[in-house]
Design a protein around this ligand. Structure first.
Ligand SMILES: NC(=O)C1=CN([C@@H]2O[C@H](COP(=O)(O)OP(=O)(O)OC[C@H]3O[C@@H](n4cnc5c(N)ncnc54)[C@H](OP(=O)(O)O)[C@@H]3O)[C@@H](O)[C@H]2O)C=CC1
Ligand SMILES: O=C([O-])CC(=O)C(=O)O
Length: 441
């Protein structure tokens, strides 16, 4: 990874090769100035030190003291090694402690919107400094450097560290949030089962890495499609992290549904509440108009055209991603980033009384009679502590039950298809024919 965390036991055991550009460090303040390689050195038990270097400088060891007084050798670069103590600066502000946010697919379209929102403070708040740990790959590394440069150039005060890397075991180190966006999009002639396998492998590896190196209470939001089953694969490969900490992003679907109901009723979006998306982030998803409310009243009392609700509204939400691809030429990126922000904020701020939000969560123990052991979008409430509970005051009718069964059947079929990745034996793929992502028509 490009930004090294050097602890006393680690320092000296791994020096950065001066000309290894893939290991080139990024820091928000100094790196890439005049395209000079620069090295941010940080350590939990010693003051943070940011270092930059001219390409001609000779690498020189720097001595630093631990709080216990022991001197350790740390690799830094020559006389251009600038040192200052960020912790002392932080003490002058009434800021919270730094949190580590890992983002995969960080050079992709969604991330290009999301990272700047994270860095600006609009997600975690104006008193929450953050470290961004960006995961890329061989193919995206140059682009990732470009993203990091743009972050630097934005001079966000709350963005204290940026690091980039290709190895999830390094990038996910101590992550408190993991936003897993990177995944191969489906191409022409590609079977959904093939996508499940290719992307499933990514999420199996990332689950293992989170299990090994992330914070024990890391909150994981899986965005890369097919996100529900990728989230299931991820959590199955991370047995030491609570399954409850894994989410599949269905907040974009919730936002799309709210928008359509608001349009039909002639009200502003914020008048629509209790909007549940049930099930899979696919065209079988169920936007629940039975429990949703407009101005606190059941939607069915405000929009009495039930045929419209069952047919047009439902299909419009299910296929919104596809219509957008037709118009825009690529899948939703900005609105997806906004919905990731919404999803995080829903977990870190108390849910307004009587309302709820949708998230794809682990179904075991759910009170709705939905099959256990899948990742299923359901109505959630949070106290604002990063955790959630399932909403209780939910009603069902035959139509809703029947729709929920269909999306449940799809998720159970997806699960059978990735059994080899969840440690549950041989995979058997019998996906329903009409199973599609929102972006597929
Ligand atoms: N849940 C939701 O609501 C939504 C989910 N999505 C999904 O989010 C994901 C990312 O979308 P977006 O950012 O627009 O996509 P981009 O194509 O812009 O970026 C995707 C990133 O995925 C990574 N990736 C991993 N494996 C592969 C592979 N085999 N081939 C190509 N790229 C790969 C690449 O990064 P690297 O090389 O660094 O690994 C790439 O930068 C997609 O799966 C998309 O379907 C999109 C919209 C809504
Ligand atoms: O379907 C896709 O490719 C993108 C997606 O998830 C969406 O727009 O909801």
């Amino acid at each position: 990874m490009a930004l090294l965390e050097i602890s006393p036991s680690y320092a000296g055991s791994r020096a950065l090769p001066p000309n290894d550009l893939s290991s080139r460090p990024i820091n928000p303040l100094l790196a890439f100035k005049n395209r000079r390689p620069s090295l941010p050195c940080s350590a939990r038990r010693i003051p943070r030190i940011l270092c930059s270097v001219s390409p001609n400088q000779v690498q020189a060891p720097v001595l630093s003291a631990t709080p216990a007084g022991a001197t350790i050798k740390r690799e830094c670069f020559g006389v251009f090694c600038t040192t200052y103590d960020l912790k002392a600066a932080d003490k002058t502000k009434s800021w919270k402690g730094l949190i580590n946010i890992a983002v995969s697919g960080a050079a992709g379209m969604i991330s290009n919107h999301l990272l700047f929102k994270l860095a600006s403070g609009e997600v975690f708040g104006p008193d929450q400094p953050i470290a961004l740990k960006l995961l890329g790959s061989e193919r995206s590394f140059q682009a990732l450097e470009g993203v990091a440069m743009e972050l630097e150039d934005s001079l966000y005060p709350l963005l204290r560290e940026v690091s980039i890397g290709k190895d999830p075991y390094e990038v996910f180190q101590d992550a408190e949030w993991a936003l897993l966006i990177g995944a191969k999009p489906r191409g022409p002639g590609m079977e959904r089962a093939g996508l499940l396998d290719i992307n499933g492998q990514i999420f199996a590896e990332q689950g293992k890495a989170l299990n090994d190196v992330a914070s024990r209470n890391v909150k994981v939001i899986v965005v890369g499609n097919p996100c529900n089953t990728n989230a299931l694969i991820c959590l199955k490969n991370a047995p030491n992290i609570p399954a409850k900490n894994f989410h599949a992003l269905t907040r974009l679907d919730e936002n799309r549904a709210k928008c359509q109901l608001a349009l039909k009723a002639g009200v502003f979006y914020d008048k629509v509440s209790n909007m549940t998306i049930w099930g899979n982030h696919s065209t079988t998803q169920v936007p629940d108009f039975l429990n949703a409310k407009i101005n606190g009243m059941p939607v069915t009392e405000v929009i009495t055209d039930v045929k419209w609700l069952k047919e047009e509204f439902t299909e419009r939400v299910q296929k919104r991603g596809g219509v957008l691809i037709q118009k825009w030429g690529r899948s939703s990126a900005a609105s997806t980033a906004v919905s990731i922000v919404d999803a995080i904020r829903s977990l870190i701020t108390p849910t307004p009384d009587g309302d709820w939000f949708s998230s794809g969560v682990y179904s075991t123990g759910n009170p709705y009679g939905i099959a256990e052991d899948i990742v299923f979008s359901m109505p959630c409430r949070s106290k604002g502590d990063g955790d959630y509970e399932l909403a209780k005051d939910v009603i069902f009718d035959d139509y809703l039950r029947e729709r929920i069964k269909k999306t449940e059947a799809e998720l159970l079929a997806e699960k059978r298809c990735v059994a080899h990745l969840t440690g549950e034996g041989n995979a058997y793929c019998d996906l329903p024919e009409d199973t599609m992502l929102p972006g597929e028509q």
